[in-house]
Design a protein around this ligand. Structure first.
Ligand code: FPP
Ligand code: MG
Length: 298
């Protein structure tokens, strides 16, 4: 039950004995709690699983607080982000509080589990840095993109699944692969939705990634498919505010070259591998989580 994780996080916050932190925490949208759900599905709902899930969600929330400052994002999950409401300093410092409390609590869980999670946080930080570095130019290198999304997004899902397997005495490598595939596919689909969905559906501006300089998989594949003249036109739009005719041109090019289907098929392959692993492990609810991920919003 995810409520047990919510209660644990709330208890960690109350432990801090700081009213300002309680107020800020109550302003924070809860999110999907996907990582916590993975942990509970794999490890059951014992105290150690709940604690691990709470720690992971606090670290994840902290990373999004920092990410919105780094990305100058004023909307998160359809609402004003914390940096939009209270400014960058508050968002960073509150992120630090959530992050450090989560890290402190890692001390009281199994050493190997703590090692898996803390290593993922290093990857997360490197991934965010690489995301920013890759946005400084039009990156056409798919391998760099894949490494970056693995670090930025998949590493914490991979670690969540592996940590939960350790807690439950299940084979860690199987669950680690499941979590990694889920995480990479999740970010690929997130990047795809930025191209295919409207601002209303997204709860944030559409095609914003490319405006921010982020050449995600659909842009890498589009560039590969284009002729020289089209390549030059696409490059000229990189990291610029897109007019609606620019957005329409990009969308029509993506359609012409079958880019959305190509990206979707790549994410689906990872999900199918994850589903097969869970079928063999007899983990039907984890199979369902993987299926739901590929079906979201399409
Ligand atoms: C969202 O990516 C960002 C992440 C998943 C990772 C952010 C990581 C850090 C800021 C470094 C670690 C920091 C701490 C405090 C542990 P996105 O911008 O592509 O997605 P979005 O559209 O949801 O913003
Ligand atoms: Mg962001």
């Amino acid at each position: 039950m995810i409520e047990a994780v919510e209660r644990k996080i709330a208890q960690f916050i109350v432990d801090l004995d700081d009213q300002d932190t309680v107020v800020l925490y109550n302003k924070l949208p809860r999110g999907k709690r996907l990582r916590a759900k993975l942990i509970l599905k794999i490890a059951g709902e014992g105290i150690m699983a709940v604690k691990t899930a709470a720690i992971v969600e606090m670290i994840h929330a902290a990373s999004l607080l920092h990410d919105d400052v780094i990305d100058d994002a004023f909307v998160r999950r359809g609402d004003a982000s914390l940096n939009a409401l209270y400014g960058n300093k508050t968002a960073i410092m509150f992120g630090d509080v959530l992050y450090s409390k989560g890290f402190y609590e890692l001390n009281s869980i199994d050493r190997e589990v703590a090692k898996v999670i803390s290593n993922a946080v290093v990857q997360l930080s490197l991934g965010e840095r690489n995301d920013v570095l890759l946005s400084a130019y039009f990156n056409h290198d798919k391998e760099k993109y894949l490494k970056m999304i693995y670090q930025k997004t998949a590493s914490l899902m991979e670690a969540s699944a592996e940590a939960a397997a350790l807690l439950a005495g299940k084979p860690r490598e199987v669950y680690r692969t499941y979590g990694r595939n889920l995480g990479i596919a999740f970010q690929m689909i997130d990047d795809l939705l930025d191209v295919t969905q409207s601002a209303e559906q997204l709860g944030k501006p559409a095609m914003h990634d490319y405006e921010e300089g982020k050449a995600t998989l659909p842009f890498i594949y589009l560039y590969e498919a284009m002729n020289d003249e089209e390549k030059a036109a696409l490059s000229a739009l990189h990291a610029r505010v897109l007019k609606s005719e620019d957005q329409q041109w990009i969308a029509s090019m993506m359609q012409q070259y079958g880019i959305i289907e190509k990206c979707y098929a790549e994410a689906r392959l990872l999900i199918e591998e994850a589903i097969t692993l869970m079928q063999h492990a007899g983990e039907h609810s984890l199979e369902k989580i993987a299926r739901a991920m590929i079906e979201r919003s399409f």
